[in-house]
Structures are given as structure tokens and as C-alpha cells.
Design a protein around this ligand. Structure first.
Ligand code: MLT
Length: 248
């Protein structure tokens, strides 16, 4: 598993897991902003099997390679699904948790059917229709209207996604279990982040998650949609920094 990282090797580590169909590079604003005090590690998620568990185990293996025992770990959307799997399988390594624009519930039948259609769309190797729909569907209205540079960056990042990568990630998400009951067991400090304009994992979902977590704080990012860390990195980073300082 490859990764991006920034910050001093001996600083406390924070591991950030990316969304779909994005890559570790989506965390560049956090790598830049937080590496003054933290070792920020952004793994390139890989799925040896079509399951979030297999991706979580790969992250654990990467942490072994990097000599990181206990870390703050978090993810945005799909990265959050993998974070919850990481908790189930490697909780002794979790110092604190960040769940951004994500949900604990499994896919509904309707969502699974949509993912199957997306898999069919990329089966011939052409990813453009799926990527165009994601570029259009994930950011909030404010970003679409007022942040052309962010929209260009989202399109650029998603443009790197391959048909194989899209297919296996969709399958892993379709098969992921419901993590709702796990939330009550996450007895570490937790930060739940949500873009106020997130249409995929909206505010009520984030609120319910933060109420189910024993030690959570909810941070809302105004004028941001599902990709809050990219849409308003300044506000997102301020929330993340305050949380990291509180658990240091
Ligand atoms: C993501 O942002 O990671 C995906 O949109 C999540 C999903 O499709 O459930």
C-alpha cells in the first residue's frame, strides 16, 4: 500500500483515509496544514478483496511498516467506512477517531443497485460517465457555484480513478456491514464532521452518529457538501486541529 505523508517522523500520527472515487492526494490540504505538529499519513486505499475489512487490514500493515503503533485515524465517506472496519479489527491501535461525511449504516438495496449500474458503466473501461456523475453529485451547491478552482481540483483527482479501482471499491462498499452497533463501543475521543450541504451523508446522519458515539463532538462545515475537507479546507482543518490538540 503506497501513501503520502508529511510532518516530523516522531510527531503524533494522524492517518486519513480517502473517499471514493478519490485518492490519498485529496488530503493534500491537510498534509500541508497539519504537518507542523503532526505526522500526517494518507494511505492509498487498496482492496485485496472486495471488502472494507481487507482495506483496513492493509492500513494496519502500512502502520506496521511505518513503525506506528497507536494513531488517530479517520476518513471521509468511504474512508469512514474503512475507519469503522479498522476499529472492529484493530481497535487497540486507535487513539482517537475522525468520521467525516460518512455513515455507519450499510447500503440500502437502492444504493446497491446504483453501484451495480456504475460497475456496468465502467466494465468496458470508460470511467467518464461515472466520474462526471460523482464530480457533479458530491460537492455542495455553494462550492459548485462559487469555488471553480475546487471543482477543477475534484475533477482532476477523480480523473485518476481507474475502472478496476472503481469496480472493487464499489463492491467493497456494497458488501460492507452495518456498523451502527459498533459506534457505542468506540470509547475513544471522536470527531464527527459534516458539510452542511452534504446530500449523501447529511446532517441528521452525522448527528445520530455523534450521539451514538460515547465521546464525540460534532463539527459542521458551513457552505460545504460531501467533500468538506476539499471544499473548505480552512474551516475543516481548524476543526481537525482543535480536535487533535484536545487528544494530544
Ligand atoms: C465517497 O464519497 O466515498 C462515496 O461517495 C461514498 C459512497 O458512495 O457511499
Amino acid at each position: 500500500m503506497s501513501h503520502l505523508e508529511a510532518g516530523p517522523q516522531d510527531a503524533p500520527a494522524v492517518v486519513l483515509l480517502h473517499a471514493f472515487p478519490l485518492s490519498a492526494a485529496m488530503w493534500q490540504p491537510q498534509l500541508d496544514a497539519l504537518s507542523d505538529r503532526w505526522r500526517v499519513v494518507a494511505p492509498e486505499l487498496s482492496f485485496p478483496e472486495p471488502s472494507v475489512d481487507s482495506a483496513a487490514d492493509e492500513v494496519a500493515r502500512l502502520l506496521d511498516e511505518l513503525g506506528l503503533d497507536r494513531v488517530v485515524i479517520g476518513g471521509l465517506s468511504m474512508g469512514g467506512y474503512v475507519t469503522m472496519a479498522f476499529w472492529r479489527r484493530h481497535r487497540e491501535r486507535v487513539q482517537a477517531i475522525v468520521l467525516a461525511d460518512t455513515r455507519a449504516s450499510a447500503d440500502t438495496d437502492e444504493v446497491r443497485e446504483r453501484r451495480t449500474r456504475q460497475q456496468e458503466q465502467v466494465a468496458g473501461g470508460d470511467t467518464s460517465a461515472v466520474i462526471e456523475a460523482m464530480v457533479d453529485g458530491l460537492p455542495g451547491p455553494h462550492t459548485k457555484e462559487h469555488r471553480p478552482e475546487v471543482m477543477a481540483e475534484i475533477a482532476r483527482l477523480m480523473g485518476d480513478a481507474t475502472a478496476e479501482g472503481i469496480t472493487v471499491a464499489l463492491e467493497a462498499m456494497k458488501r460492507r456491514p452495518d456498523s451502527t452497533a459498533d459506534l457505542a463501543t468506540m470509547d475513544v475521543p471522536a470527531l464527527v464532521v459534516v458539510g452542511d450541504e452534504d446530500a449523501l451523508s447529511p446532517l441528521d446522519v452525522a448527528q445520530a452518529m455523534s450521539e451514538a458515539l460515547p465521546r464525540a463532538r460534532l463539527a459542521r462545515i458551513p457552505q460545504a457538501g460531501h467533500l468538506s475537507s476539499l471544499e473548505d479546507p480552512q474551516v475543516f482543518n481548524a476543526e481537525l486541529r482543535a480536535f487533535l490538540e484536545s487528544v494530544a
